[in-house]
Design a protein around this ligand. Structure first.
Ligand code: 4AD
Ligand code: MG
Length: 472
């Protein structure tokens, strides 16, 4: 191994490129397959996560460990191979390695290694979430997710936004939906054993009930109302008991918040933001995006849909007009629609997939179904909320212009049963130098789902947290 470790290394991705032909190098990764030729040598396909494609190692019989080790390699074994990158005659590959040495680091018993050559369902692979990144699909998801995160930071940094970190533990319920995970250091077993009914939070860590955050928005607003344009990018938690393909109990959210922005500025930013993520994925993750189009998207139209999104303007439509379209449509919905109801996923998808065949930004929702912080329109019935809907996913962004008038905000809080005193710091922003401001939240996993066409949100995050599920 000493000789090997001194060599310059190439990733499989770089070694697959023609420019590497003629280089003597070291490649390290995990075996996907091994095939022995009658002519007395073996082909070993390895992958190291750097690209969708593998590289073929040609291992000649002259290797000292050829009979003892090389011919025993199976899927999942880890190896280092030294040799020269040469032009390949094989289909679908420009290069291969002619190995002069192969070192085996770890064996993977074929009787018990779960990832054998046969295709496994995504449901099955969730049970092996610790091994699934070794498959083509999950490797591709991880690379595209990484690319999206990179684009997100670039997008905001280029526009002069400050990246701020908002707390994970909080005492306030931003969305007012009561779906928070409580955080406590009190001993629940003791409480249950002693049948304590009225908890005294003086004995809890923070002297008060506290929770994992559902959104960083309220904290982000404090920074926007001082520094202008900020964004957060962090984990958020919701104890919604919804077992759908679009909900997680722990997900990542990007929340830009801008002072001196109104709803229309907010929509412009959201549209540019999604377009940037999609355009970068197409231009920077080409090989993986082709894989999703050809192997994952059943209609093979993913690339077409994404390219069209980048080129066309999003539809912008008031909620009230959306309801009229839904009421007039011949579509049978499980949940009936009428003005005032919250739209279900089936309605959102009808609008974006069937009716407009385009991303849609819905705005001016009934105030009764939206949180306290949204700006009240003069009609006193609607608030300046906006949701961005995209095909296959439905809602990908939720946001609004914020209520910056102290009296209106306080009355909205009271209407929704909130204790105004608990939010004294939030209302202070309206007391001292208040400004119109706006922002939104993009669900990272929904964005990855949209870009990759993966059907279930559990398959675009490494270790999904859903009701009854916190393994790994
Ligand atoms: O629409 P939501 O609830 O908006 C907010 O939380 C605002 N405070 C954001 C803001 O204005 N700063 O959530 C925003 C987005 C949704 O559009 C969706 O993409 C995602 O977060 N999301 C979820 N993603 C996965 N699992 C869940 N349970 C989600 N709930 C929301
Ligand atoms: Mg929402």
């Amino acid at each position: 191994m000493s000789k090997l470790s001194e060599m310059s290394k190439l990733s499989v991705k770089d070694a697959r490129d023609e420019s590497s032909i003629g280089k003597t190098t070291l490649i390290q990764g995990w075996v996907r397959t091994r095939r022995d030729s009658k002519a007395g040598f073996s082909f070993i396909e390895i992958n190291d996560g750097s690209s969708q494609g593998n590289i073929q190692i040609v291992a000649p019989a002259e290797l000292e460990n050829y009979e003892s080790e090389v011919k025993a390699l199976t899927a999942g074994c880890s190896i280092s191979a030294e040799g020269e990158i040469v032009e390949s005659g094989g289909r679908g590959q420009k290069t291969e390695m002619q190995a002069s040495q192969v070192v085996v680091h770890g064996w993977a018993d074929p009787e018990t290694y779960p990832l054998q050559k046969k295709r496994h369902s995504f449901e099955k692979l969730r049970e092996w979430a610790h091994l699934r990144p070794r498959t083509n699909t999950f490797g591709a998801v991880a690379r595209v997710r990484n690319g999206i995160c990179n684009s997100i930071h670039q997008f905001y940094q280029e526009r002069g936004f400050l990246y701020v970190h908002t707390p994970v533990i909080t005492a306030s319920d931003c969305e007012g939906a009561g779906e928070m995970f409580q955080v406590t250091t009190m001993n629940l077993d003791e409480i249950a054993k002693n049948a304590i009914e009225n908890l005294n939070y003086k004995f809890d860590f923070f002297d008060r009930p506290s929770y994992l955050t559902v959104s960083g928005q309220l904290s982000a607003e404090t920074y926007a109302c001082a520094l202008g344009k900020v964004y957060t990018f962090g984990p958020t938690f919701r104890a919604e008991n919804s077992n759908t393909s679009r909900h997680l109990a722990e997900f990542w959210m990007i929340e830009p918040e801008m002072a001196f922005y109104d709803l229309s500025d907010n929509m412009d930013l959201a549209e540019a933001f999604i377009k940037r993520i999609v355009a970068d994925s197409l231009s920077q993750c080409g090989e993986d995006m082709e894989f999703f189009n050809d192997r994952i998207d059943e209609s093979h139209t993913l690339l077409e849909v994404l390219n069209s999104l980048v080129e066309n303007e999003f539809v912008r439509l008031p909620y009230t007009e959306a309801i009229e379209i839904l009421e007039k449509s011949d579509q049978k919905f499980e949940f009936p629609v009428q003005w005032g109801v919250d739209l279900q996923s089936e309605h959102e998808r009808f609008l974006t997939e069937t009716h407009f065949k385009n991303p849609v930004i819905l705005f001016d929702y009934p105030k009764r179904i939206k949180p306290f912080y949204m700006y009240c329109n003069d009609d006193d019935k609607t608030v300046r909320a906006m949701d961005v809907l995209v095909p296959n996913v439905g809602e990908i962004i939720g946001g609004s212009q914020r209520e910056h008038r102290l009296d209106v905000l306080e009355s909205r809080m009271k209407d929704q049963g909130l204790d105004v005193g608990d939010y004294w710091w939030y209302t202070d922003l309206r007391r001292f130098g208040t400004v119109p401001h706006a922002g939104f939240g993009l669900g990272l996993e929904r964005a990855v789902q949209f870009v990759t066409s993966m059907g279930n949100i559990r398959d675009v995050i490494a270790f999904p947290r859903t009701p009854g599920n916190a393994e790994f």
